[in-house]
Design a binder for this molecule. Structure first.
Ligand SMILES: Cc1cc2nc3c(=O)[nH]c(=O)nc-3n(C[C@H](O)[C@H](O)[C@H](O)COP(=O)(O)OP(=O)(O)OC[C@H]3O[C@@H](n4cnc5c(N)ncnc54)[C@H](O)[C@@H]3O)c2cc1C
Length: 539
């Protein structure tokens, strides 16, 4: 039996348990008792059947089958339900509530670029929406099929490395390749892709580019747009393909238009990326505890602005996230914790920092030793390598907890932004003030992508759902969060992208003139607005 739960479950499909330390935190914060964990709230365990019928008539179906073959054409209820949403909190809620009003009319798995070209041509002529998807890990409703249409699943066939150039140190890869397979092949050849989003296991190279993502080592390796040299994109207006150059001055570049295009301009088929030498034996780690958030931020800024070399992982957790980490790892109230407290690293104030540096051994040695000096300057205590290494072990799996938390009736979501250094502390405080107005809400904040001129702020919030009004309650709360971020000089997103969730704020944030440029670009590449309609630009 195929269920809704099968669709929304993130990560490893085995059921994840909330461990006892986390249960203790939940009980403390939300007044829960054991009884609250007994039954799954909106479990989604019903069978998927009788969802809205496909609008494709027999003739249309036959056209698509003639292009991709019947084995790559799916029109059954489960397949269409499976591709109706991404992994945004609201997507999961709607699946738990068995709400799929606008499933795609069919799902296609093209085998090559020629087939994609034919599909685009037919859909343009017949005004059929196309939603290109990779891992469907979008957390901004980027893959929602609000107008039905055709989902192009690129992961089944377009998932290999096309070529590796060790002289230029580049790789050309098909868009539908998932992170682990990509990285494994690169590692075997002695390289790394350097891009490790928390969704790494279930997202694709094409999705990284289309959503303009950032990985956990982005402070050293850069965001995805810093890594890409060429793209091959099939659009309704034709093929756009650029040649690789280390840099050029051939007027302005067109291919960066596709970073963050979220499927609204065309299908990204191939990507040529920079790669780096894979030398895990040289990676060095360090962890610190700071007395407060402000001094940890100051140490980060000082590190980034003083030219001592870049760490790769560079992350701080605010006092709430730090305290919860201490509790969930069973560290609070241990002897070591008491020592920390006696040294002035107080609960409710202290801040954890995790650092790693990759590359040549002389580089990693220097960077880590200089960061230790910087941390010392800001009165931090060095905690050794272990906490960072432990954090890295659960770098992807910590997100698996979202489903069991939702089973326990807990709203759990994240939102993130980029902000200049001089506005960062104010912005954080504004969000804290906003969230404090909602009773029984835990807000954890971290910084994990750091630059010379500013950083990202990443907010994770947990709060009991308002039963029977789960969706309305969330939408209202989330709206206020976005408003608070925008009003306090944060960007709409640093790496999750815009999708349908944040599209309504685009004009306000960019201004009408910039928005008109984006719309003109859209009108050029996709005059009939068939590419992911209603996404990013709202058209
Ligand atoms: C638990 C979790 C953790 C996450 N952590 C991170 C993180 O650390 N960093 C980060 O950057 N993001 C993160 N994300 C968000 C998401 O994983 C990224 O946006 C990722 O890059 C999306 O890749 P995907 O292959 O899943 O793309 P999808 O979700 O399938 O698609 C995303 C968007 O890109 C479009 N698209 C996909 N492939 C193509 C293509 N080939 N051509 C044209 N358009 C295309 C889609 O139409 C959609 O609009 C996280 C998500 C989850 C669920």
């Amino acid at each position: 039996m195929k269920t809704y739960r099968e669709i929304f479950k993130w990560g490893d499909k085995r059921e994840e348990q909330i461990d006892l330390n986390m249960i203790r935190v939940i009980k403390e914060n939300f007044g829960y008792s054991d009884k609250d964990f007994e039954n799954k709230h909106l479990s989604g365990k019903s069978e998927i059947k009788n969802i809205a019928a496909s609008k494709f008539d027999e003739n249309t179906q036959n056209v698509f089958i003639s292009i991709v073959g019947s084995e790559n054409f799916y029109i059954d209820d489960f397949s269409r339900a499976n591709f109706a949403y991404g992994k945004y909190y609201l997507d999961l809620l709607r699946l738990r509530k068995m709400l799929i009003p606008t499933p795609p009319d069919a799902v296609l798995c093209p085998r090559n670029n020629d087939e994609i070209e034919k599909i685009i041509a037919y859909c343009s002529e017949n005004n059929i929406p196309i939603i290109p998807v990779g891992g469907q890990s979008s957390v901004t409703q980027g893959t929602e099929t609000r107008k039905g249409g055709l989902v192009l699943d690129l992961t089944k066939h377009l998932n290999t490395i096309v070529s590796l150039n060790t002289i230029n140190q580049t790789v050309t890869v098909q868009a539908g390749m998932f992170g682990p397979a990509f990285e494994q092949e690169l590692n075997l050849a002695g390289y790394t892709c350097g891009h490790f989003p928390q969704s790494f296991e279930y997202s694709t190279v094409g999705g990284w580019v289309a959503a303009k993502g950032a990985g956990q080592a982005s402070t050293g390796y850069g965001k995805i747009e810093d890594m890409v040299l060429t793209l091959k994109v099939l659009t309704p207006a034709g093929l756009i393909e650029n040649k690789p150059f280390p840099k050029s001055a051939q007027a302005w570049d067109i291919f960066p238009l596709f970073f963050g295009s979220e499927g609204t301009l065309g299908v990204i088929c191939e990507i040529t990326m920079k790669i780096r030498k894979f030398r895990p034996q040289n990676t060095r780690y360090a962890s610190f505890i700071f007395k407060d958030f402000e001094s940890a931020v100051a140490a980060m800024r000082d590190t980034m602005q003083s030219g001592i070399g870049l760490p790769h992982l560079f992350r701080i957790s605010d006092p709430v996230e730090t305290d919860i980490a201490f509790k969930t790892k069973g560290f609070d109230n241990t002897f070591s914790d008491k020592v920390l407290k006696s040294l002035g690293y107080k609960q409710g104030k202290r801040v954890l920092m995790f650092v790693s540096a990759e590359g040549h051994w002389t580089y990693t040695k220097t960077v880590i030793s200089r960061i230790r000096k910087k941390a010392n300057k800001f009165h931090a205590l060095y905690l050794g390598k272990k906490p960072t290494r432990q954090w890295l072990k659960q770098r992807y799996t910590s997100a698996y907890l979202r489903d069991p938390l939702m089973d326990a009736g807990i709203m759990t979501d994240t939102i993130e932004t980029a902000v200049m250094w001089d506005d960062l502390v104010n912005l954080r405080q504004a969000v804290v003030n906003y969230v404090e107005k909602r009773p029984q809400t835990v807000l954890m904040i971290h910084i994990s992508h750091v630059y010379e001129n500013g950083a990202n702020l990443y907010f994770t919030f947990l709060s009991p759902m308002k039963k029977e009004q789960e969706i309305e309650d969330y939408v209202q709360f989330h709206h206020g969060l976005v408003e608070t971020i925008v009003q306090n000089k944060g960007s709409l997103s640093h790496h999750h992208g815009i999708g349908r969730t944040l599209a309504p704020w685009m004009e306000k944030v960019l201004g009408i003139n910039s928005m008109n440029v984006l719309k003109a670009v859209k009108n050029h590449f996709d005059p009939n607005h068939i590419m992911n309609p209603g996404g990013t630009l709202g058209i």
